[in-house]
Each structure stands twice: as structure tokens, then as C-alpha cells.
Design a protein around this ligand. Structure first.
Ligand code: HEC
Length: 290
């Protein structure tokens, strides 16, 4: 087998092994990283909804208080503002879904499913818990949810969520007197969730992995080209030249020029020895001829 082929076979095998190893190592890292970044985005979306909710409660609601007596204005409801904000955000992030599952909700659409009820119970049982990432399967689809608890953290909530008498009458006209009341200050009543299909982080991880692998493969390719060039210039070419000269000399052609050496590497010192051997041979031949 030729030296160049041997060299390339070994190098390509080692590089392929390196790529496979890097693939396995990077796959895990990119998946973890993609999940983390998707959940960070979910947390940012929720942070925006929270900020709007606080703004609505503190600044918009007092301004609309009087009008609320005659007409129900959902714009003054903090969680309505949060939901509206999220709806606006979904134009930019259509893959995310927002939900406010709540025990005894004002709006029946916010009634919790079984796993949501368990999540609310977990938050209620551990008040120090500020966030949870839930992974579950729904109708064969894997879903990631970022969750935060909803606690009745302000006295102002009680105006609309303690008793129907305390609530604006226009709100009772819209939602009725039986849902969304009896909440206590400090109670964890629900959870807010931003959910996304697991396919989203997986797809991002796949894209990142392919990019990393493509970069690594290009580096390997450049290395292969450079090593081949080096092999050709500093080993194969001088060895071929020397072999041609040796062939000529062995056939009795003593007029061929000397092997030109430059540099101080092993091939050059081989060249020097070769030239010396050739000169000795010529001298021996001359002596024999005499
Ligand atoms: C002006 C009355 C009002 C105030 C004040 C108010 N809410 Fe509500 N809240 C509502 C109404 C009405 C809804 C139902 C909105 C809808 O249709 O989705 C609601 C919905 C919610 C929901 C979603 C679940 C459900 O009940 O449908 C949560 C959670 C909630 N409110 C918590 C709070 C908290 C916590 C506060 C205090 C920071 C608060 N609310 C202040 C009227 C109010």
C-alpha cells in the first residue's frame, strides 16, 4: 500500500472516530442547551405578562374604577391584561401557549385539568417554589411547560375575588356570583403556564448540532489537506527523486546530478548520506576500471 494511501486511511479513520465521538458528546450538550434556551424564552414571556399584570392592577384599574360600576371593563382586570399581552406575543412566538389554570376560576375556561390541579397543589404545598419545568405527554405529543404559581398577593385582588358583594356589579352581570370567589390573601390559587412542544427545542438542538459538526468536519478537511501537502513536499517528493537517482545509478548511469539537499530534516541527512555513498561508489568503480 502506498504511503500516501496508508496515511490518509489512518487519518480519515481517526477523524471519523473523532466526529462520531464529538457527535455523541455534543448531542447531549446541544439538547440541554436548547431546552434551557426555550425555557428561558418562556420565562421571559411570562415576565412580560407579569409586568403588564402589575401595571394594570396598580395604574389602569384605579382609573377605570368609576366606569366599572355601570359597565364591566375587562381592561381593568390584571390577568385579562396578562392574557391579552400574551396573545399579542404569540404573533412573534406562535409555538408557545399560555394558560392560567386556577382552582375555582372566574372564567370556566381556566378550570384546571388533572395534572394542572396537581401542579397547583405542589405550588400551594411549597410556597418557596418560584418556578417548575414540567415535561409531559399529551395525545402522543411531548410538551414542555414553564410554570409559576399565582398567589393572591395583594389586597386589591380581594375586591373581585373574595365575595360577590365586594365585586363590581357589572362583573357579576358578566361572570355570575358563583365562580372565582372565596380566595384568601396569601393563598396560592392557581398557576400560570407557558407551554411549548418538545419538538421546538429538539429542532433547535438538531440545527446547532449539525452546524457544530459541519464546522468540525471542515476543520478536519483543512487538516487533511495540509498534512497531505506537507507529506508530499517534505517526504514523498524527495524520496521519489532519490529513488529515481538510485535507479539510474544502479543501471550504471554515473552522470546523473547529485541529490540536492536543503534544510536539516531527516530526509536531508538521508540525501547527504546518499550523495556520499554515490561518490564512494563512483570512486570504487573507477578503481575497478583501473
Ligand atoms: C376588577 C376585578 C378584578 C381584580 C381587581 C382582580 N381580578 Fe382576577 N379576574 C377577574 C376577572 C373578571 C377574571 C376573569 C377574566 C377572564 O375572563 O379570563 C379574573 C381572572 C383571574 C385569574 C384567571 C383564572 C380565573 O379566575 O379565570 C386569576 C388567576 C386571577 N384573576 C387572579 C387575580 C389576582 C391574583 C388578583 C390580584 C393581583 C386579581 N385577580 C385581581 C377580576 C379581577
Amino acid at each position: 500500500m502506498k504511503l500516501r494511501l496508508k496515511f490518509n486511511l489512518v487519518m480519515i479513520s481517526v477523524m471519523a472516530l473523532g466526529l462520531i465521538l464529538a457527535w455523541f458528546l455534543a448531542e447531549e450538550i446541544t439538547q440541554r442547551e436548547a431546552k434551557r434556551s426555550v425555557m428561558a424564552q418562556a420565562a421571559a414571556i411570562m415576565g412580560t405578562a407579569n409586568a403588564v399584570r402589575h401595571y394594570t392592577g396598580a395604574q389602569v384599574r384605579p382609573l377605570l374604577k368609576n366606569q366599572m360600576e355601570s359597565q364591566f371593563l375587562p381592561q381593568s382586570v390584571p390577568f385579562y391584561a396578562a392574557q391579552q399581552t400574551f396573545q399579542g406575543l404569540t404573533e412573534k412566538f406562535p409555538e408557545y401557549v399560555f394558560r392560567l389554570p386556577t382552582k375555582n376560576p372566574t372564567n370556566p375556561a381556566d378550570a384546571p385539568s388533572t395534572w394542572e390541579a396537581e401542579l397547583i397543589a405542589t405550588f400551594a404545598g411549597k410556597p418557596s417554589l418560584a418556578e417548575i419545568v414540567v415535561e409531559r405527554e399529551e395525545q402522543g405529543r411531548e410538551i414542555l411547560s414553564y410554570a409559576q404559581p399565582i398567589t393572591v398577593d395583594d389586597k386589591s385582588c380581594l375586591q373581585c375575588h373574595s365575595t360577590p358583594e365586594a365585586a363590581p356589579s357589572s362583573m357579576i352581570d358578566t361572570y355570575g356570583p358563583s365562580n372565582g370567589f372565596g380566595w384568601k390573601l396569601g393563598e396560592t390559587v392557581g398557576a400560570q403556564l407557558v407551554s411549548v412542544s418538545k419538538e421546538i427545542p429538539r429542532q433547535r438542538a438538531r440545527e446547532n448540532l449539525l452546524q457544530m459538526m459541519a464546522a468540525l468536519a471542515s476543520v478536519f478537511f483543512v487538516m487533511l489537506v495540509v498534512v497531505n501537502l506537507l507529506l508530499h513536499i517534505s517526504i514523498l517528493r524527495p524520496v521519489q527523486r532519490m529513488s529515481r537517482l538510485a535507479e539510474e545509478i544502479s543501471l550504471g548511469n554515473m552522470t546523473v546530478p547529485e541529490f540536492s539537499t536543503s534544510g536539516r530534516d531527516e530526509i536531508s541527512s538521508l540525501g547527504v548520506s546518499f550523495n556520499r555513498m554515490r561518490r564512494s561508489l563512483v570512486t570504487a568503480m573507477v578503481m575497478l576500471g583501473d
